[in-house]
Design a protein around this ligand. Structure first.
Ligand code: THU
Length: 139
């Protein structure tokens, strides 16, 4: 039972990820990343990367969006339907391994990941393609 992502909603999601870059706190890398997560009832929640002087404490845009969505919208239906990720580079960035596992916790293998480059080009993969055999405690 998949979520039907309309062209209009896809554009809205991509635009939200591009706009979310403005929220990045990236004083060490100067690398802005924005993420926008779509719930199955059509709501969009955004996030950006937040860095730290202790570099390893940096949190990626994708996880900021997922954690914001989970904490701000505890009653929302899950799994999530799609995520767009935007950065000012071509080809577009794809989510790091840690973020893929976090997405796998709250999305299915069908979750659409839309990666958006500086020129607006998109590369799309399902989460299952990006992270086959994700870790799960369910057996
Ligand atoms: N970053 C993200 O926010 N998402 C990604 O998918 C890759 C990397 C951030 C982390 C750090 O603030 C900066 O980009 C450079 O690695």
């Amino acid at each position: 039972m998949g979520y039907l992502l309309t062209e209009e909603k896809r554009k809205e999601l991509v635009a939200a990820a591009v706009a979310a870059k403005a929220g990045a706190y990236c004083k060490y890398s100067q690398f802005r990343v924005g993420a926008a997560l779509l719930t199955t009832d059509g709501e969009i929640i955004t996030g950006a990367n937040v860095e730290n002087a202790s570099y390893g404490l940096t949190i990626c845009a994708e996880r900021t969006a997922v954690f914001t969505a989970v904490t701000a919208l505890p009653a929302k239906p899950r799994p999530f339907a799609a995520m767009a990720i935007a950065a000012d580079v071509d080809p577009p960035v794809s989510p790091c391994g840690a973020c893929r596992q976090v997405l796998a916790e709250l999305g299915t293998a069908e979750l659409e990941v839309i990666m958006v480059g500086a020129d607006g080009t998109t590369v799309c993969r399902t989460l299952g393609e990006l992270l086959p055999l994700s870790f799960s405690l369910s057996r």
